[in-house]
Design a protein around this ligand. Structure first.
Ligand code: NAD
Length: 346
C-alpha cells in the first residue's frame, strides 16, 4: 500500500513534536500546515488521503463537499469534541474519527487550577510580588472547603473534577442529561443547580440544545458571587450576558479556557496587535476574570496520547473494516451515541 498522506491543519510546534515522535517509523507522510482548515484553505488538502484537524478548524458542508470531490476519505479529529464538523452532512461522503479521551486529568486539573488561581488571587499576587509590592489589600479569598460546586456533565472529565473537589471537602451536586447510575453523585435539576451552587463548572459537550445554557435568565437564578468555570466549549455561555452578570456584581468570578468567538484568536500571538473583539477585551480587563486560550488539554501526556490515538485511528480506518472511534452521524451527540456496530458507518 502507498504511504498515506495526511494534510495536518493548524499545526503548532508541540503538535509537530508529538506526531513526529509517534510517526518515528515514517509510516505516514504528514504535511504540517500552519493554517486552519476553512472554506478558504481547503485546497491545501489536495493530494492527501486524510485531513487532520483540531477544535477551531471549520469543516462545514461546503468544505465537506470539497474534500469529497478531492477524494479525501477521512477527517481525523485530534480532539474529542466535533461541534466544528457538520457530521450529519459528512455521512456517506467523508468518514470522521476522533480521539474520545486523551487525558481527562489534564482538563479537570486545569479547571481546578483556574479556580484556585481565581479565588486566591494568585494571578494578582504573581504580578504584585514581581514588582516588589507585598501588600495584601484586595487579596482576600475564600475557602473551598464546605462550598457547593455544581458540575454540569459527569463524563470522563466531570467525574475527575468531582473527585478533585471532594478532595477539597466540597459538596458536589451535578446535572447530566444522562445521569450515571450508581455513581454516588447527587444529581439535581438545572434549576436547582443554578440556585444552590457557589461554583459552577461546565464539562458537557456543546450541542444545539445547550448552546448559551448560561444566559441572562439562568444567571439571574444563580447565587450572588457565583464562580463560573468553563473548560468545555465557549458557546455554552452567552458571553455578553456573562459580561453583564459580572458588571452587576452577580457573578463573582469567571474562569474561562474557552470562548465562543475563540476560533480566530486563540492559539495566536496578538501581543503586538489591537484585538478587535470588544467583548473579549472587556472580559480580560476585569480583575475577576481569568482567560486561558484553550490550553486545558495541553500536557505532555495528553499530546502523546492524542498523536498515538489519531495515527491509530487512521491506521485502523485504512487497514480494516473497523473504526472504533468513528463519530455517530445519526444522533450527532457524543454521549448519546447509539452506534451499536463496530464497522465503518458507510
Ligand atoms: P464525555 O463524553 O466523557 O462526558 C460528557 C458528559 O456530558 C456525558 O456524561 C454526557 O451525558 C453529558 N452531556 C451530554 N449532553 C449534555 C447536556 N446537554 N447537558 C448536560 N450534560 C450533557 O466528555 P469529556 O471527555 O468529559 O469532555 C467533556 C467536554 O470537555 C467535551 O465535550 C469538550 O467540549 C471539553 N473538552 C475541553 C478540552 C479543553 O482543552 N478545554 C479538552 C477536552 C475536552
Amino acid at each position: 500500500m502507498n504511504i498515506l498522506k495526511i494534510a495536518f491543519f493548524d499545526a503548532k510546534d508541540y503538535d509537530r513534536q508529538s506526531f513526529e515522535a509517534s510517526n518515528a517509523s515514517g509510516e505516514f507522510d504528514i504535511c504540517f500546515l500552519d493554517t486552519r482548515l476553512t472554506p478558504d484553505t481547503y485546497k491545501l488538502a489536495e493530494g492527501a488521503d486524510v485531513v487532520c484537524v483540531f477544535v477551531n478548524d471549520d469543516i462545514n458542508s461546503f468544505v465537506i463537499d470539497k474534500l469529497y470531490e478531492m477524494g479525501i476519505k477521512l477527517i481525523a479529529l485530534r480532539c474529542a469534541g466535533y461541534n466544528n464538523v457538520d457530521v450529519q452532512y459528512a455521512y456517506g461522503k467523508v468518514h470522521v474519527v476522533r480521539v474520545p479521551a486523551y487525558s481527562p486529568y489534564a482538563v479537570a486539573e486545569h479547571a481546578m487550577a483556574l479556580l484556585l488561581t481565581s479565588i486566591r488571587r494568585i494571578h494578582k499576587a504573581y504580578i504584585r510580588t514581581k514588582d516588589f509590592n507585598f501588600s495584601l489589600e484586595g487579596m482576600t479569598g475564600f475557602d473551598l472547603h464546605g462550598k457547593t460546586v455544581g458540575v454540569i456533565g459527569t463524563g470522563k472529565i466531570g467525574r475527575i473534577f468531582i473527585d478533585i473537589c471532594r478532595g477539597f471537602g466540597m459538596n458536589v451536586i451535578a446535572y447530566d442529561k444522562f445521569p450515571a447510575k450508581d455513581s454516588g453523585i447527587e444529581y439535581v435539576s438545572l434549576d436547582e443547580l443554578w440556585e444552590r451552587s457557589d461554583i459552577i463548572s461546565l464539562h458537557c459537550p456543546l450541542t444545539d440544545e445547550n448552546r448559551h445554557m448560561i444566559n441572562s435568565s439562568t444567571i439571574a437564578q444563580m447565587k450572588k458571587g457565583v464562580v463560573l468555570i468553563n473548560t468545555s466549549r465557549g458557546a455554552l455561555i452567552d458571553t455578553e450576558a456573562l459580561v453583564e452578570g459580572i458588571k452587576d456584581r452577580k457573578i463573582g468570578a469567571a474562569c474561562l479556557d474557552v470562548y465562543e468567538e475563540e476560533s480566530n484568536i486563540f492559539f495566536h500571538d496578538y501581543s503586538n496587535h489591537i484585538v478587535n473583539d470588544d467583548v473579549l477585551a472587556r472580559l480580560i480587563s476585569m480583575p475577576n476574570v481569568i482567560v486561558t486560550s484553550h490550553q486545558a488539554f495541553l500536557t505532555r501526556e495528553a499530546l502523546s496520547n492524542i498523536a498515538d490515538t489519531t495515527l491509530a485511528n487512521i491506521r485502523e480506518f485504512f487497514s480494516s473494516d473497523k473504526c472504533a472511534n468513528e463519530v455517530c452521524y445519526k444522533c450527532g451527540q457524543i454521549a448519546d451515541c447509539k452506534q451499536l456496530h463496530d464497522k465503518k458507518c458507510f
